[in-house]
Design a protein around this ligand. Sequence first.
Ligand code: PMP
Length: 284
Amino acid sequence: MSRVVYVNGSYVPEDQGKVSIFDRGFLFADGVYEVTAVVGGKLVDYDPHMERLERSLKEIEMSWPCSKAELRQMHEELIKRNKLDEGIIYMQVTRGSADRDFKFPKETKSTLIAFTQVQKLLDNPYAVTGVKVVTIPDIRWARRDIKSVMLLAPVLGKQRAYEQGAFEGWMIEDGKITEGTSSNAYIVKDGRVITRALSNSILAGCTRRMLFRMAKEHGVTIEERLFTPDEAYAADEAFLTSASNFVLPIVEIDGKRIGGGQPGPTVRKLREIYLDEVRAQAGV
Ligand code: PMP
């Protein structure tokens, strides 16, 4: 089935969704994006994604492409028109199109596009088996807190991980793990969850934020600090979070088995309480 996509105010069949070759997203990766999960035809954790979008836009000195109400309506319209039950909505805003010139163009209207993608989120087989990760160097820029469409480093990193039979690459900077190429990174030791604190070095995951809230409500301690690959190899459990994977157990890091190669009790509990909240929001 061909999707209906959104391009600058219009809903069109996906093969008719067109953006100029002069678009600054295309020429400079001059734009930001968000990915929001949809379960049971309902947006999951929508507001934090829009808060983060607001921050990303502000940081790159770009204004909202439309009102917040219109943006919400656009998300809901895409779900409706595509009869999306479970999957994601990808949306991106760029600084619009103009003659190629690094500095901001004057009076250019931003480009807003969005589309849906079907994906199984609740019944993810990887949640049962766990996934493998490999460590890779973090070669990204210094403002990873901005959800920029400039994703070449994560693309190369994910490909490198995939070629080694891994699901995700955990990036290393100054001997410490920053995050996954498209997810936040955690280990568990003696029942305590350890993850890096927020800074310009990582993206403030919306899943991370909701997980923190859920963990607090269920008495799971989270310690925000740096950790090394060696510490990760010796951890009892490890996991990742993202809007499209929720909470996913990791059973191998750089070929070393974690927790005997099986998802452990803390991550299983965290995934369960996370899914309970998702189901509650979706009403399923
Ligand atoms: N870090 C990076 C680098 C990411 O690309 C993502 C996914 N967008 C995340 C973390 C997780 O963020 P979220 O939970 O909001 O999907």
